[in-house]
Design a protein around this ligand. Structure first.
Ligand code: PLP
Length: 395
C-alpha cells in the first residue's frame, strides 16, 4: 500500500470495511482518472450527482466567475445574493404552481429534515408515514423515515409516531389518516433497487393525502434533474407533491439540498418561532451558480431525452442468461442478477476492466447503472460489452 492509501485508511473516518479506494487525480465528462494512469468509465456519476458529467465547462466557468466575486457572506436568508435568487427563480419556473418557493440547504438529508418540520408546521400534526425499503438520509429524522432496518437499529430511539407502508400497495394507503402530517416517498425508489410504482397508486396516494390534509412529500434527491428521463420523476405520474425535496445533482457537483413548497406554506418559517429552519451555509453562492449552470445545460441540451435514449440502449444491450431483470427508467437502472455474490464479482470484474458500477443499500442482488446523462451511445456500448463479458466470466 502506498503512503497516500495508508494515510487514507489512517486519518479518514471509514464507513466501509472495503472502500474501493480509487486514487482520483482528475475527472471529466463520463470518465475518472486515477494516479496509476487508469481511466474509468463512470456508471455511478458520484451517485446520481454528476448529471451534466464531471466538470462540465459551463459549470466550471460559473464557479470560477463566482470565486472572483464573493464566497460565504452570511447565514441563509439575510442578504440578497444574486446567485440564490437567480437559481430559485429558474428552478421554480420549471415547476408547477404550488412549488414556487425554494429553501436551499446543504444536503439531501437536511432537506428531508426540514421538509418534515415544514409539514408539522403546516398541519399541526406529528405523525409521519413512509415506505418500507426507502432511503431518505443518514441523520436522525431522515433515518427515522428510512425503511431500512439495518441502518437504524443501532440508533434508537429515533422519531416517534412513524408508520411504514408498502410501496405501491393500494391497501396500505388506509394507514394515512387525519393524524398524518406527512407522507414521504421517493416517487421512484432508488436504493430499494429502482422500483417504479403504478401511476394509479401514486394518484391514489395524492388523493388520500388531499382528502385527509396530509402533506405529500416527494423525495427527488436521487430522481431529480433528468435522471429518470424527465426533469423530475413526478412528471411521469402527473401528480404534484406539496413539498419537493432535492439534492445530489441540484448543486451541479457541489454539495447542496433544497426543499420546495408554496410561498404561503414556506412563510410559516418566518414566525412562531421566527427562523423556523436555520442554516449557516445553505444557499452558498458556489453551489447556487454551479447548480444554475448545470440546470441550464440540462434544459438546453435536453439531457433528459438523452437519458431516455441511452437508458433504452442499455436495456436493449443487457440481454444475458445471468440477468434476471433490468429495472428502471432513463439512466436510473438496476441490473438484477438474482444473486448477491455474483453482483460482487461482476462489479469487481468491471472495475478491473475500467468500468465503474456500484451497489444498492437495500437490494444486494442488483447493481446500479446511473452514469452522467451526457453519456454517448459509444460509451454505453463499451459499458454493455464489459458487463456482458463480466457475466460470461463469472458464470
Ligand atoms: N434521499 C434519497 C432518495 C437519497 O438517495 C439520498 C442519498 O442517497 C438522500 C435522500 C440523502 O442525501 P444526502 O446523502 O445528500 O444527505
Amino acid at each position: 500500500m502506498d503512503a497516500l492509501h495508508s494515510a487514507f485508511h489512517q486519518y479518514l473516518a471509514q464507513t466501509s470495511p472495503y472502500p474501493i479506494a480509487l486514487d482520483v487525480v482528475a475527472a471529466e465528462g463520463c470518465h475518472i482518472h486515477t494516479r496509476d494512469g487508469r481511466r474509468y468509465l463512470d456508471l455511478v456519476a458520484g451517485l446520481a450527482v454528476n448529471n451534466t458529467g464531471h466538470r462540465h465547462p459551463k459549470v466550471v466557468q460559473a464557479i470560477k466567475d463566482q470565486v472572483d466575486r464573493y464566497l460565504h457572506v452570511i447565514p441563509y436568508g439575510e442578504f440578497v445574493q444574486e446567485p440564490q435568487v437567480r437559481f430559485a427563480k429558474h428552478l421554480t419556473g420549471l415547476l408547477p404552481a404550488g412549488l414556487d418557493s425554494v429553501y436551499f440547504v446543504n444536503s439531501g438529508t437536511e432537506a428531508n429534515e426540514a421538509a418534515l418540520k415544514l409539514a408539522k408546521r403546516v398541519t399541526g400534526r406529528t405523525r409521519l408515514v413512509a415506505c418500507h425499503k426507502s432511503y431518505h438520509g443518514s441523520t436522525h429524522g431522515s433515518l427515522s423515515i428510512t425503511g431500512n432496518e439495518g441502518k437504524k437499529y443501532r440508533n434508537r430511539p429515533l422519531l416517534p409516531d412513524v408508520h411504514f407502508i408498502t410501496f405501491n400497495d393500494p391497501f396500505d394507503l388506509r394507514v394515512i389518516d387525519d393524524r398524518t402530517a406527512a407522507v414521504v416517498i421517493e416517487p421512484i425508489q432508488g436504493d430499494a433497487g429502482v422500483r417504479i410504482p403504478d401511476p394509479s397508486w401514486v394518484q391514489a396516494l395524492r388523493d388520500r393525502c388531499s382528502e385527509v390534509g396530509a402533506m405529500l412529500v416527494f423525495d427527488e434527491v436521487q430522481t431529480g434533474f433528468g435522471r429518470t428521463g424527465a426533469l423530475f420523476a413526478f412528471e411521469h405520474f402527473g401528480v404534484v407533491p406539496d413539498i419537493l425535496v432535492l439534492g445530489k445533482a441540484l448543486g451541479g457537483g457541489l454539495p447542496m439540498g433544497a426543499f420546495v413548497a408554496s410561498k404561503e406554506r414556506m412563510h410559516l418559517f418566518t414566525h412562531d418561532p421566527v427562523l423556523g429552519h436555520i442554516t449557516t451555509f445553505g444557499g452558498h453562492p458556489l453551489p447556487c451558480v454551479a447548480g444554475a449552470a448545470a440546470l441550464a445545460v440540462l434544459v438546453e441540451e435536453d439531457l433528459a431525452a438523452n437519458a431516455r435514449a441511452m437508458g433504452d440502449r442499455f436495456k436493449a444491450g443487457l440481454v444475458h442468461a445471468g440477468i434476471v431483470e433490468v429495472r428502471g427508467t432513463g439512466l436510473m437502472l438496476a441490473v438484477d442478477l438474482g444473486n448477491a455474490d455474483r453482483v460482487q464479482r461482476v462489479v469487481h470484474h468491471c472495475l478491473a476492466h475500467g468500468v465503474l458500477g456500484f451497489w444498492f443499500l437495500s437490494c444486494p442482488t442488483a447493481f446500479r447503472i446511473a452514469p452522467p446523462l451526457t453519456i454517448t451511445a459509444q460509451e454505453v456500448d463499451h459499458a454493455v460489452g464489459r458487463i456482458l463479458e463480466a457475466l460470461d466470466q463469472t458464470a
